[in-house]
Design a protein around this ligand. Structure first.
Ligand SMILES: [Fe+2]
Length: 433
């Protein structure tokens, strides 16, 4: 690993830790150890789990050093204890957890200077460091979702997102034909994004913007939650059982709660906190459907001028604040039209950032998939139980968001920052090819 790569890894580790500290220092000890929802871990579990994964992979495996706290490994193994059980475990307290993650980090920064990093796929181009940085950022987004579920006075602050700067409406036609999906080159890409492969995608139309609160409100107002025609069988059963009447955190009077603040719903922001069944029902009501995962990625990456796939909709450069609403710079999605510089060649906006977008596709491995560095990272989640989400949200860091990045969850979940956009097949005469 070159000096530049070591410096980049150190800088990203430090930047990421600032976010984790911010999310956990924002609340008192009582809030840190409490479970704010059965769906979420206590924040203090996330914090020590971040440190434990870092210890397992970087201190012990990459660094070959003695364990810091081998006695706590099983407490922070996500596969041993479902989230609902975690508050009952003999977890490290807030002060202990903070001291633990600091100790681990000191060792990691120390070994990063000198560790031999050749000859193993785990360390080539700093992969293990990139994996741990992304892992921490993913837990930061999870902790942000916990903050959204927490009751009590607001504790997080951020500047509002930029205003709309472009009129973005209607659909973009994406021509049929092959494109390269996934990646074999992106050094910190995770196993489920690999390898790059050709996919033939028939022509389709996709919304140029995510579905907004105002559009979603029209579905609610039209009685969409009371009409089983729009819902899949399982979706309707869940809607009945869970008593859903609108997105999570909506109060039914034109207001919603965000991070402890009750505010009027902003009509031109992408709708967030809807599950896959709700997204699918909206799409059916609108005479549309969710895009497949391949359609979403082609809309986001395919450059018709060159025929190649870009890293991001706007090109190959890493995201800047001009391109996308990422990294918890703001505490909400931005209105449609806020990121004209982030549009794809076909004029599709806000694919990256703002809200995770549900696709119609189950989560699976690409042709030639190989689990790396462990099966529990992705492979054990493959199958029809999960649906893929793409593009990242306002709470996703750029380090954990690429045009190829894949997220997945159960179709009933909506505590995540999930929204969607619609797609459809062309009508006769609409698309040549
Ligand atoms: Fe984790």
């Amino acid at each position: 690993m070159s000096t530049g790569l070591r410096e980049r890894a150190a800088a990203e580790l430090t930047r990421t830790r600032q976010r984790s500290v911010g999310l956990t220092d924002a609340v008192d000890d009582d809030d840190l150890v409490r479970q704010h929802s059965r769906l979420m871990s206590p924040l203090v579990w996330d914090l020590a789990h971040i440190g434990n994964q870092e210890e397992l992979w970087l201190v012990r495996d990459v660094g070959g050093r003695e364990p810091v706290r081998a006695d706590i490994d099983q407490l922070y193994d996500a596969f041993k204890h479902p989230r609902g059980e975690r508050p009952q475990l003999p977890l490290l307290g807030p002060a202990e957890a903070r001291a633990y993650v600091r100790t681990v980090r000191e060792k990691v920064l120390d070994l990063l200077d000198s560790v031999e990093l050749a000859g193993r796929p785990l360390v080539e181009q700093g992969f293990a460091f990139g994996m741990i940085i992304q892992h921490e950022q993913q837990h930061d987004e999870t902790m942000l979702a916990t903050h959204q579920l927490r009751t009590g006075d607001p504790v997080l602050v951020a500047v509002p997102p930029p205003r709309s700067r472009a009129i973005v409406a209607g659909e973009a036609l994406i021509p049929g034909g092959p494109f390269e999906m996934g990646t074999s080159l992106e050094p910190w890409a995770l196993d489920n994004e690999r390898p790059a492969h050709q996919v033939h995608v028939p022509p389709f139309l996709i919304d140029r913007a995510p579905v907004t609160n105002a559009q979603y409100q029209a579905f609610v107002d039209a009685g969409g939650y009371d009409d089983p025609r729009w819902w899949t069988g399982r979706g309707w059963a869940h809607r009945q059982e869970a008593g859903l009447t609108g997105p999570a955190h909506w109060h039914g009077d034109g207001t919603y709660t965000r991070f402890g603040r009750r505010e009027p719903i902003v009509g031109d922001e992408p709708v967030v906190h809807v599950n896959w069944y709700e997204a699918s029902a909206y799409a059916a009501w609108a005479g549309r459907r969710l895009p497949t995962e391949a359609e979403w990625e082609k809309a986001a990456r395919f450059d018709p001028a060159t025929g190649r796939s870009r890293r991001f909709p706007w090109g190959d450069e890493d995201p800047t604040p001009e391109h996308a609403n990422l990294g918890q710079r703001h505490l909400s999605p931005a209105p449609v039209g806020a990121y004209p510089a982030g549009a794809s060649p076909a004029g599709v906006h806000q694919l990256i950032g703002d809200v995770w977008e549900w696709t119609g596709s189950p989560f699976g491995g690409y042709p030639g998939f190989r689990a790396f560095p462990y099966r529990e990272y992705s492979e054990v989640f493959f199958g029809d139980d999960h649906r893929v989400l793409r593009g990242g949200s306002f709470g996703t860091d750029a380090a954990a968001c690429r045009g190829t990045f894949r997220n997945w969850d159960y179709p009933i979940r909506r505590q995540i920052f999930s929204g969607f956009r619609c797609a459809r097949d062309p009508r006769p005469g609409e698309a040549a090819g």
